[in-house]
Design a protein around this ligand. Structure first.
Ligand SMILES: [Fe+2]
Length: 164
C-alpha cells in the first residue's frame, strides 16, 4: 500500500498540472488525515481508504471549473468521483475500496452524510488546512470545532494550531 499511495500522489500531481496551490492543499490534507487516522488507531483498511481519499478529495475541482465556472463544493462532489475512478482503475484495488473512496470524495462537503470514522477524519483534516488557507476568524474556528470536530487527534491539532 505504501507504494500505491506515492503512485497516487504522482497521479494527483500530474493531473493538477502545475497547479501548485491545489497540489499543496491535497498533500497537507493527506498529512493530517494520515496522522489523525494513526492517532485514532483506525483499521489498516480504513487508513488506506482515508489516505487515498485525502490525496484525491478535491480532484473534481478542474472539471467543475471547466463545466460550471465554479469550484463550489457541490460541483466538486459531482465531478470528483469519475476522475478518481479513472485514476484508480490503473491500480489493483478492489471495487469496495474504490466505491468507498468515491463516496468520500463525492460527499466530503456534505457533513450530514458522515457515516464512519474515515469520513469524519477526512472532514477534520480538510478543515485543518482550510482554516489557514482561508484565513478564518477565531469565532469561525470555534464554531467549526464545536460543530464538526470529534476525534481526539483532530481536536488536538485544531486546539494546538489555532486556538492557543
Ligand atoms: Fe479540500
Amino acid at each position: 500500500m505504501k507504494k500505491i499511495v506515492s503512485d497516487i500522489i504522482k497521479k494527483m500531481i500530474e493531473y493538477f498540472n502545475g497547479d501548485v496551490k491545489r497540489i499543496n492543499h491535497a498533500i497537507k490534507v493527506y498529512g493530517f488525515a494520515k496522522s489523525i487516522g494513526e492517532i485514532e488507531n483506525i483499521s489498516e483498511e480504513k487508513l488506506e481508504i482515508l489516505e487515498v481519499s485525502a490525496i484525491l478529495h478535491d480532484i473534481g475541482i478542474k472539471e467543475s471549473e471547466k463545466k460550471y465556472f465554479s469550484s463550489a463544493g457541490k460541483y466538486q462532489e459531482i465531478e470528483g468521483p469519475p476522475v478518481a475512478r479513472n485514476i484508480l482503475k490503473e491500480f489493483s484495488l478492489d471495487d469496495k475500496f474504490i466505491d468507498r473512496v468515491c463516496y468520500l470524495i463525492g460527499n466530503h462537503h456534505t457533513y450530514n452524510k458522515i457515516d464512519d470514522i474515515d469520513f469524519q477524519i477526512l472532514v477534520e483534516a480538510d478543515f485543518l488546512v482550510n482554516i489557514f488557507e482561508d484565513n478564518m476568524s477565531i469565532n469561525n474556528i470555534e464554531t467549526i470545532k464545536q460543530k464538526y470536530f470529534k476525534t481526539k487527534g483532530g481536536l488536538y491539532f485544531i486546539n494546538n494550531m489555532y486556538l492557543k
